[in-house]
Ligand binder design. Structure first.
Ligand SMILES: Cc1ncc(COP(=O)(O)O)c(C=O)c1O
Length: 431
């Protein structure tokens, strides 16, 4: 038991390849639509190397040695913990494990792809990167990666979250980023929206459009993407590849794997290597892959599997995924990172085929933050509001196991820490 409380990997165990699930899918994933030249224009917005990875058919894609070094500097491999405290509190026969992506320098899994994309940007000769951010975790990861590689960075941050997270704003600026509330005066699209209403609170879709426009207009600049696209999930598979090795160390095949889902990058990165084992017939057990969402943006639960625009201004090509439509009005929640209208094409495909399940929790977030409070008191670590959705789902699955007396193995991904989100805890739990 003692050996399996914290399952660590050595530096030599850090994966040398990312895992590309496209190679194991039974059919080709529906491709983005080329309407009005949008696909050609994409080449002027995002990185060529990433466009190549987006549709690669290779199962294993080499992680450049420089990126592996950056992963080591960021503290990878990360531990997998057995939640012994939580198990005791719940009096569940289930065995609970959680992956520690909260241990990243900036506080979330987002560094895994930020380091890769900014590395490719520097290699391609760009001197500046731009992006959008919702919760602020992605923007911080980009600011951090850009500072390590001496690139300038600009972050368009959904105004609503920009206004209530001054500490994260400072952190991004400490890394040297330019941080703008979106909609902003910097882009044509932002100015147009502000003319219509200066109190526009923004959405992730709007911020994406601003970043894409900025990238299109500035040849020294490229746009780095935080979620949804295949190559972002690819880079994030570093999480699941480590977890797969860690579960082998304790000789365990999970019954349930859980991650929170906004666009799908931490969930995808966490589960896809195991999904691949199932698809290849290497694992015969029926594993429940469960995405935890908010009823404010239940793209996988209530959306339709359809072609839709990833951004509000319709600059990017339409892609196929479960979507609530790009004009859908989503109410505010503290877990801002889960407030996105569309799920990743890969996850959407797997959901359509019945391989992935999803659950959405109420908008008042009380049930979610109560589960997080139990986790904090039992385990000691403070999850990001987004990660708390995965914890809620883990607690619910553990309680189901208790009701049936089932010794299920449940593994959840803690996508980030909540040190800069204590205001959210204070407001929801009234403390
Ligand atoms: C800590 C954390 N977890 C999860 C998410 C959701 O994004 P994704 O579904 O791409 O993992 C975010 C998004 O900002 C986040 O900051």
């Amino acid at each position: 038991m003692r050996d399996s409380i914290q399952i660590t990997l050595s530096v030599d165990d850090l994966p040398k390849h990312w895992y590309n699930v496209l190679a194991d899918l039974p059919e080709i994933l529906p491709e983005p639509l080329n309407e009005d030249g949008r696909l050609e224009r994409l080449g002027d917005i995002i990185l060529q190397e990433c466009i190549k990875q987006e549709s690669s058919a290779e199962r294993l894609i080499k992680i450049p040695e420089e990126v592996r070094e950056l992963y080591l500097r960021a503290g990878r491999p990360r531990p997998l913990h057995r939640a012994v405290g939580l198990e005791k509190r719940l009096k569940t026969p289930a065995r609970l494990y959680y992956k520690r992506e909260d241990l990243s320098p900036t506080g979330s899994h987002k560094v895994n792809t930020a380091l890769a994309q900014v590395y490719y940007a520097a290699n391609a000769g760009y001197s500046r990167v731009v992006t959008e951010t919702g919760a602020g975790q992605w923007g911080t990861a980009v600011a951090y990666a850009a500072s390590l590689m001496n690139l300038r960075s600009t972050v368009y941050w959904v105004r609503e979250a920009y206004e209530w997270k001054p500490e994260r704003r400072r952190l991004m600026r400490l890394y040297g980023a330019e941080v703008l509330a979106s909609p902003s005066e910097k882009t044509e699209y932002g100015r147009r929206l502000l003319k219509g209403g200066p109190d526009n609170k923004g959405t992730l879709g709007i911020a994406i459009s601003e970043a894409a426009e900025d990238s299109l207009k500035n040849p020294d600049t490229t746009y780095v993407v935080g979620s949804v696209l295949n190559y972002v999930l690819l880079h994030q598979t570093i999480i699941g590849l480590e977890v797969t090795k860690q579960l082998e160390v304790v000789d365990v095949v999970p019954d349930v794997m859980i991650g929170c889902l906004g666009g799908g990058s931490n969930f995808g990165g966490f589960v896809l290597p195991m999904v691949g084992k199932v698809l290849r017939g290497e694992v015969k057990k029926k594993i429940k892959f469960l995405a935890a969402q908010s009823e404010a943006a239940p793209n996988l639960v209530k959306g339709t599997y359809q072609y839709d625009f990833p951004d509000a201004a319709q600059i990017l090509p339409r892609i196929k995924g479960y979507s609530l439509t790009h004009e859908f009005k989503m109410p505010s929640i503290w877990a801002e990172g889960l407030r996105y209208h569309m799920a990743a094409p890969i996850i959407s495909y797997l959901r359509d085929k019945g391989l992935v399940e999803a659950i959405a929790y109420p908008k008042d977030e009380k049930a979610v933050f109560e589960a997080a409070r139990m986790f904090i008191q039992a385990e000691g670590f403070i999850p990001a509001p987004e990660s708390s959705y995965a914890i809620r789902a883990m607690v619910d699955e553990a309680l189901k196991a208790k009701a049936t007396g089932d010794e299920r193995v449940i593994v959840a991904n803690i996508s980030g820490h909540g040190f800069l989100d204590l205001e959210a805890y204070g407001k929801v739990l009234v403390i």
